[in-house]
Design a protein around this ligand. Structure first.
Ligand code: ADP
Ligand code: MG
Length: 601
């Protein structure tokens, strides 16, 4: 490699892939992509170590797509991933990257999905198969997955597969694949067991490790906010509003598309904002910077590349709206503030899955990043009222109000109104376009969510607290198969609480709360223990039931999903079949005469 890789078209990828990337809006390859893609295109094996969120999927998917022969219908690429979610995510990424390759097929296969459906899909053919180890083994054994034409194998999140106990399955699969193939192994960490697998099954691999850069950035106050994607925009506007030192900001996002979208949203909310990305001509970009300098703009939403080297002393804040891939990018980004001897502010949004990146940045910059407390609705309102008062006070002090006093006197007479009421009406008018109060949404305030957000699943906090005996009994119920674990499509990001979930299940399906076992909340889904033999009618009601506007789509958790909770109290035990004891208020235990209550309208 002679020149640093800054654009995807510097990589030797087919035109349709480059077109798809341009459409998605990726501007520059992430470090792991820049390091791996040339090796993979050259046919080497790869042993890649990089944290979550660094863009590993494209690092293996793009070169893999480059080799796929669309005219052949047999699987040429196999990706093993630890969980169903990841398998689906990776398959979706392949689909997106291949959007300009007509006829391309990718198939995710995982446990919990109907075998019949999977067999049919496999028969139809797919160029890329992404699967969990257990299910892939099944299909190899049944000979429903023919891997004779396989050219590329990817082990994604290898340490996670190890942690979940899949390593033997993975090795078994490796033994059953054609020897003439390319293998790429990606992992966030490199425990010995993974190294051993790599030595055994990879041929002279190129090792790529994305290391953390170090730097000192002491004139910059660094803070982070733990916040889920859907709340980022609200959080950003709140922060901009209450930060005392705010003058101008650069907001960093990952894609060109996101720069445009976010700048538009900020404009719609009354901010002087514009985007800055690599699609814009040099001239346009320079104009944006000029406008930021002369205060025609206060906010620029940018990608890393486009913002490189910007030197505008009035930038008081750098907002990392999307977390950067690595500490080097972080250091570059926050260096846009705190210039010319001023102090600067760097604020980092961290989604729940990205905690490790936060710690990595802290370690590398050798500076703690403090938690930012997101101002509550009331605090924002207070701030607005204070500013409003100040404006009124300034006017009282410095303006000649003679004409207006006459207008008011006339109104007082005509409407026979109290002077305070008149003043209130005027205040109302004055704030109409930018209201002093924040709208009541009926949902918990994002400030609360952001403040108390634990990293791990929330424990069931139903009130009143159950006694130990009851809890133990539920544990026994689970172990003995009287309860099974189901999955529902509502989680923390929807602001659901265990109480909401119990409420919905109890009310909609008439299931008594003592038959509702443990509930574990995850980011975008939850698991809940219920009797294993729920009749179809009840399941149908529960599938359609909603919590926080989210349809539950309840279904039995797959073994992988249940395995994820292994080690936690109540972790999976697939015990004896259920004893029939009635679990509904009407004494119903799953017999055929049951007529479900109509779901509420
Ligand atoms: P990892 O597998 O390392 O956890 P992913 O492949 O899931 O990371 O990528 C994380 C996120 O970054 C995804 O939303 C992906 O679309 C985005 N992403 C990946 N590569 C790029 C890129 N070159 N430019 C912008 N965004 C990217
Ligand atoms: Mg990944």
């Amino acid at each position: 490699m002679t020149e640093p890789i800054e654009r995807f078209d510097q990589l030797d990828l087919q035109a349709p892939i480059l077109e798809a990337l341009a459409e998605i809006g990726y501007e520059t390859p992430s470090p792991i992509q820049a390091a791996c893609i040339p090796h993979l295109l050259a046919g080497h094996d790869i042993l890649g170590e990089a944290q979550t969120g660094t863009g590993k999927t494209a690092a293996f998917a793009l070169p893999a797509l480059d080799r796929v022969d669309i005219s052949k219908r047999n699987p040429q690429v196999l990706v093993l991933a630890p969980t169903r979610e990841l398998a689906i995510q990776v398959a979706e990424a392949f689909q997106r990257y291949a959007s300009k390759m007509p006829g391309f097929h990718v198939l995710p296969i995982y446990g919990g999905q109907s075998m019949v459906v999977q067999l049919r899909q496999l028969q139809r053919g797919a160029h890329v198969v992404v699967g969990t180890p257990g299910r892939v083994m099944d299909h190899i054994e049944r000979k429903s997955l023919n891997l004779d034409g396989l050219t590329t194998l990817v082990l994604d999140e290898a340490d996670e597969m190890l942690r979940m106990g899949f390593i033997d399955d993975v090795e078994w699969i490796l033994e059953h694949l054609p020897a003439e193939r390319q293998t790429a192994l990606f992992s966030a960490t490199m425990p010995d067991a993974i190294r051993r697998v790599a030595h055994r099954y990879l041929r002279d691999p190129k090792e790529v490790k994305i290391k953390a850069a170090t730097a000192t950035v002491s004139t910059i106050r660094q803070r982070f906010l733990q916040i889920a994607g859907p709340h980022k925009l609200d959080a950003l506007t709140r922060i901009l509003e209450v930060e005392d030192e705010f003058d101008a900001a650069i907001v960093f996002v990952r894609t060109k598309t996101a720069t445009v979208e976010l700048a538009e949203k900020l404009e719609a909310r009354g901010y002087a904002a514009a985007c800055l990305n690599g699609d814009m001509t040099q001239q346009l970009r320079e104009r944006v910077i000029e406008q930021l300098k002369n205060k025609a703009l206060d906010i620029v939403v940018a990608t890393d590349v486009a913002a490189r080297g910007i030197d505008v002393p009035r930038i008081s804040h750098v907002i990392n709206y999307d977390i950067p891939y690595d500490t080097e990018a972080y250091v570059h980004r926050i260096g846009r503030t705190g210039r010319a001897g001023r102090t600067g502010n760097a604020i980092l949004f961290v989604a729940p899955r990205e905690n490790h990146l936060l710690r990595q940045i802290e370690r590398a910059t050798r500076q703690p990043i403090e938690a930012l407390k997101l101002p509550s609705r009331e605090a924002v309102a207070d701030k607005r009222v204070a500013a409003f008062r100040q404006q009124v006070a300034d006017v009282l002090e410095s303006e000649d109000l003679g004409f207006f006093l006459d207008v008011i006197a006339g109104m007082e007479e005509k409407h026979d109104a109290d002077i305070r009421e008149l003043a209130a009406a005027l205040a109302f008018l004055a704030q109409k376009d930018r209201p002093l109060q924040m709208p009541e949404t009926g949902r918990p305030d994002i400030a609360q969510l952001a403040a108390g957000k634990p990293d791990r699943p929330v424990r069931d906090t139903r009130e009143p607290r159950e006694n130990r005996e009851e809890i133990l009994e539920r544990r026994r119920d689970y172990a003995e198969g009287r309860l099974a674990r189901y999955r529902i499509d509502v989680g923390r990001e929807h602001m659901a609480s265990p109480k909401d979930i119990v409420g919905a299940i109890a009310n909609e399906a008439g299931i008594e709360s003592r038959f509702i076992g443990q509930i574990n909340l995850f980011e975008d889904y939850s698991t809940v223990e219920l009797p294993p033999d729920l009749p179809n009618e009840v399941l149908q009601i529960l599938r359609k039931a909603r919590v926080r506007q989210q349809q539950l789509n309840i279904r039995l958790a797959s073994p992988e999903e249940a395995a994820r909770e292994r080690g936690r109290p109540g972790g999976p035990g697939r015990g004896a079949p259920a004893g029939k004891k009635p679990f509904r208020k009407d004494g119903f235990a799953g017999n055929k005469d049951f007529k479900p209550r109509k779901p509420k309208p």
